[in-house]
Design a protein around this ligand. Structure first.
Ligand SMILES: NC(=O)c1ccc[n+]([C@@H]2O[C@H](COP(=O)([O-])OP(=O)(O)OC[C@H]3O[C@@H](n4cnc5c(N)ncnc54)[C@H](O)[C@@H]3O)[C@@H](O)[C@H]2O)c1
Ligand SMILES: O=C(O)[C@H](O)COP(=O)(O)O
Length: 526
């Protein structure tokens, strides 16, 4: 397998990739979109920082690509929906650069308070000017943090160390977490009114775009100072320009711009404006850490293992993973089984979990059912990334339920599939730690191991069915390794489930279907 590494990702951190047998690592400084479109077809993985844009055009040509790794937090340079649609995993390294950005933010705030970049430039220009650079102290000032996530929280802690009062706006954080940080949660409007310094630490989204725009600036205190080490576009640069021109804003520090690289911003005309070229994450420690994290994630993704920091599949905590892991394969097999026995156009898949699975995070199991189901009926690649999207595109209504009532089994997964012709249900369980079983089909009890080749034969419960079926299969020299028959009432409908060592030819299937009392015959491969 081949992995392309761009954007100067820290070499030392790539050890996990380089040490993995069977993975070839190609490191390049940068490539244009056209160059990448031409080259990407050869690669199974790509790792970037923020400079390379992994566009839909590139993804379209990525015939072998399984994973895009981002050595950092923001994935706004990666077309995640395009990757998802093609079943390509996107992973990032969200924790490794938190402190680097928090410290950069504090450095920006101190630089704004004490005019350090300007005084440095003046002195180097030959002036010993003590009058022009009167500063302000941070102690006692109010810092408004917008976005109290990893970086926002780390900034808050450091600012408190300098005796600032920290207030925050983050509608997705609860009072308890803010309380533990000693931070007062406010509405955005109230924060804008109270803060002496405002720093933003949230992703650029439809909601956050131009959050600090004309209206927000009009609500701020005169003499406010602004810092953006998050994403260009959270602060409206034109509105900031106007607010600096009018004197409303006493200073601003940007590490990020709406358009990057940016070497000629109109904001450069202001002496009280300082900027760095997207350096927030640029420390030796952070780069080593994000490169190491992303390299490990890419290796895991290429080996088909579960990854920790997937952006386009729900992340599962190690604790939850330990509980549901044994069921992932069973769930996928049940999806495969259902896909091969149902007739007609499927419009609904309902997954019900009970017993030990009742109180668990089971959505990865539902995705596994969809993956198994769609894999059996689609030509295109189906995986944990694109299975829910493919189901949605095919108009399949996916329902997930959990039942808390006491069940017959310690754990049970029931998959009900509805088509325009029929509805079937398959239930499976795990005995002990790993023993997978299908325990019921349409409510008929069986006890079959879901693996290899199987035959599913609904029939009428009467003599001279099992024998002739066995005979026909035996005549073709096919070994039967397991046989299960389930019925509800004597003489009523029954189901037969056979494990066989090789597939049954079409002609034999047709002969079985002709046996008096056989209602149908389906071949299943798991
Ligand atoms: N300058 C750099 O080099 C650099 C480096 C790393 C990260 N970043 C950027 O910093 C930002 C924050 O990173 P993080 O790791 O702290 O992310 P995070 O996910 O831990 O925190 C983001 C916080 O923003 C909050 N949020 C989201 N939308 C919001 C909204 N509309 N209003 C208020 N709050 C909102 C979330 O609830 C969350 O608490 C990201 O944009 C990231 O790309 C920049
Ligand atoms: O989101 C991030 O991690 C930062 O913006 C860092 O970007 P960089 O890796 O290009 O420095």
């Amino acid at each position: 397998m081949k992995v392309l590494v761009l954007d100067g990702v820290e070499e030392e951190g790539l050890k996990a990739l380089r040490q993995e047998p069977g993975i070839q690592v190609d490191v390049k400084d940068k490539m244009s979109e056209d160059e990448l479109v031409a080259a990407i077809g050869d690669y199974d993985g790509i790792i970037v920082r923020s400079a390379t844009k992994v566009t839909a055009r590139i993804i379209e040509k990525a015939a072998r690509l399984k994973v895009v790794g981002r050595a950092g937090v923001g994935v706004d340079n990666i077309d995640v929906p395009a990757a998802t649609a093609r079943g390509i995993l996107v992973v990032n390294a969200p924790e490794g650069n938190t402190l680097a950005v928090a410290e950069h933010t504090i450095a920006m705030m101190l630089s704004l308070a004490r005019n350090i970049p300007q005084a440095n430039a003046s002195l180097r220009a030959g002036k010993w000017d003590k009058k022009s650079f009167m500063g302000v102290e941070l102690r006692g000032k109010v810092l408004g943090v917008i976005g109290l996530g990893r970086i926002g929280s780390a900034v808050a802690k450091r600012a408190q160390g300098m005796e600032m009062k920290v207030v925050a706006y983050d509608p997705y954080i609860n009072e308890e977490k803010a309380g533990l940080l000693g931070v007062t949660l406010l509405s955005l409007e109230e924060l804008l009114k109270q803060a002496d310094f405002i720093t933003v630490h949230l992703p650029l989204t439809r909601e956050s775009k131009y959050m600090l725009g004309e209206k927000a600036f009009s609500l701020m205190k005169d003499g406010v100072r602004i810092i953006n080490c998050a994403r260009g576009g959270v602060v409206d640069e034109q509105a900031l320009y106007n607010a600096m021109k009018s004197g409303k804003v006493a200073g601003a520090a940007l590490d990020v711009f709406e358009k990057e690289p940016n070497t000629d911003s109109p904001l450069f005309e202001f002496k009280n404006f300082i900027a760095t070229p997207h350096l927030g994450a640029s420390t030796q420690e952070a780069q080593l850490s994000v490169a190491t994290d992303v390299a490990r994630e890419v290796v895991a993704a290429l080996k088909g293992e579960l990854v920790k920091n997937a952006v386009n599949i729900p992340s599962v905590s190690p604790k939850v993973l330990a509980v549901i892991k044994p069921y992932l394969s069973l769930a996928e097999k049940m999806g495969k089984f259902a896909a091969q026995v149902i007739c007609g156009r499927v419009n609904k898949i309902e997954a019900t979990y009970s017993g030990d699975l009742a109180g668990q995070e089971v959505s990865p199991l539902t995705t596994a059912i969809l993956k198994g189901f769609l894999d059996s009926i689609l030509q295109e690649m189906v995986n944990f990334v694109n299975a829910p999207l493919l189901a949605k595109k095919r108009g399949i209504n996916v329902i997930q339920r959990q039942e808390t009532e006491e069940a017959d089994y310690a754990n049970l997964i029931t998959v009900k599939v509805k088509s325009d012709q029929e509805e079937i249900s398959v239930a499976g369980t795990i005995f002990g730690k790993v023993d997978q079983r299908i325990v019921s089909i349409d409510g008929y009890h069986v006890d079959a191991v879901p693996e290899g080749h199987m035959l599913y034969i609904p029939h009428i419960d009467k003599p001279r069915i099992i024998g002739p079926v066995g005979n026909l299969i035996g005549t073709h020299n096919i070994n039967i390794s397991g046989m299960q028959v389930g019925r509800k009432v004597i003489g009523g409908k029954a189901v037969m489930l056979l494990n066989i060592d090789s597939p049954v030819p079409e002609e034999t299937m047709a002969e079985i279907a002709k046996i008096d009392g056989v209602l149908g015959v389906k071949s299943v491969s798991i």
